[in-house]
Design a protein around this ligand. Structure first.
Ligand code: SF4
Ligand code: SF4
Length: 382
């Protein structure tokens, strides 16, 4: 794909400032951002160069570079000048979006989100079908919690297993919960990162209306991306719901004695911190504590853990874009899990699971690493 945007000097700077990327002016080009960026483990990519181009008013951007950032959060964490590298990148994507310039697959995704409320070209009416044969109620006002599985656990066969496991756990713990099914949309987090601010706002407003109309106060989510946007971005619409990620809720249920872990799980497990749970929201300990509560489970750390976690490659809308073989971060992550001789690579993000399962297909048949969401492990010991 070749993308070229030519914008006059002054107008370009104003456009970037106007779309939230104004911190580019603090950059002094030290290059620390590029040294931590996972892209530079697999190919050349320079967010520093993109930031520099921004200071010159976006005279020209060629190629696919503005679409590469996964918004993983590593470089802003290291920048000594507080440059919002993610915001600079997203602001350029917004400028491209205003000119209707997107990488090819994103146009299909946008159409599906706009008509069906999900990126998978699935029917909106079937959003709640995953729960048909389970004991799940429709959410009504006064219930303790709304379970919001998100798009992939609602439709994708692999991720439906995670939604099922979550329901089994909630039922075992006696939680009073319900789902909204076709009355929920995609949270909109990832399409926002591709620059389509209008579509994000539409999805967010529709969700907020549905939550308010149905008397929702507390929302339990499977995806760290839903968690991030409900907690940190929906308040931009003056909507403040209590949001809890499943890893936090499991930790709470176990500590309160509502969920008893009675079984043994004698496996060696390494845990991958999803970017939007860890770096973006500081949730590192709860998933580990939940896993440590399981009798017999051997939790080991792999390289690039916690704050330094290696991105799976799925954030920032990259989950919908093709990444060439040899350039997939998830392949590197599986290698790191194998290096510590883990039986299972555990995580708690649908995007990570999709990417890891995909990378697993390329493993040598002698390598038997399993990919699991933490709910899939917990459901086996209750
Ligand atoms: S780390 Fe910050 S100051 Fe250094 S080049 Fe990157 S954006 Fe600029
Ligand atoms: S946020 Fe992550 S992927 Fe994006 S430029 Fe920074 S380090 Fe690279």
């Amino acid at each position: 794909m070749t993308l070229e945007i030519v914008t006059p000097f002054k107008e370009g700077i104003d456009a970037i400032k106007g779309t939230g990327g104004e911190t580019f002016k603090f950059c002094y080009q030290c290059g620390l951002c590029d040294t931590v960026c996972p892209w530079n483990r697999v190919r050349n990519f320079s967010i520093r160069k993109i930031v520099r181009q921004s200071t010159f008013g976006l005279p020209e951007i060629e190629g696919e570079d503005i679409w590469l950032c996964t918004t993983c959060g590593r470089c802003p964490q290291r920048c000594p000048r507080g440059v919002g590298t993610i915001e600079v990148g997203v602001s350029l994507r917004r400028i491209a979006a205003e000119a209707s310039i997107f990488p090819g697959p994103i146009n299909t995704i946008r159409a599906s989100l706009a008509t069906e409320g999900n990126p998978l070209r699935e029917e909106r009416a079937k959003r709640g079908d995953w729960a048909k044969n389970l004991s799940v109620k429709t959410f009504t006002e006064g219930m303790e919690i709304l379970y919001f599985p998100g798009c992939y656990p609602s439709y994708d066969p692999r991720l439906k297993k995670v939604a099922n496991a979550t329901v089994n756990i909630l039922n075992k713990a006696g939680v009073d919960f319900g789902i909204l099914g076709s009355r929920e949309n995609c949270c909109g987090e990832s399409i926002r990162k591709t620059g389509d601010e209008e579509l994000f706002k539409r999805l967010a407003r529709e969700n907020i209306k549905s939550f308010i109309d149905n008397g929702v106060k507390k929302i339990l989510v499977t995806s760290p991306h839903c968690y991030h946007t409900f907690k940190n971005e929906y308040p931009e619409f003056r909507a403040n719901f209590e949001v809890v990620h499943i890893s936090q809720y499991l930790f709470q249920l176990i500590n309160e004695g509502r969920l008893k872990l009675t079984g043994e799980y004698r496996r060696k497990i390494t845990y991958h911190d999803p970017c939007y749970l860890g770096r973006h929201n500081g949730i590192y300990d709860e998933p580990r504590e939940v896993l440590k509560s399981v009798h017999g489970l051997d939790l080991i750390e792999m390289a690039d853990s916690r704050e330094d976690s290696l991105c799976c490659g799925g954030g920032g809308g990259r989950i919908w874009m093709e990444t060439a073989k040899g350039e997939r971060f998830s392949d590197l992550r599986l290698d790191q899990a194998l290096e510590v001789h883990a039986d299972i690579l555990a995580t708690c993000c649908p995007y990570c699971i999709i990417n890891f399962e995909d990378s697993k297909l390329a493993l040598d048949e002698t390598e038997t690493l399993e990919i699991k969401d933490i709910t899939e492990i917990i459901q086996e010991v209750i």
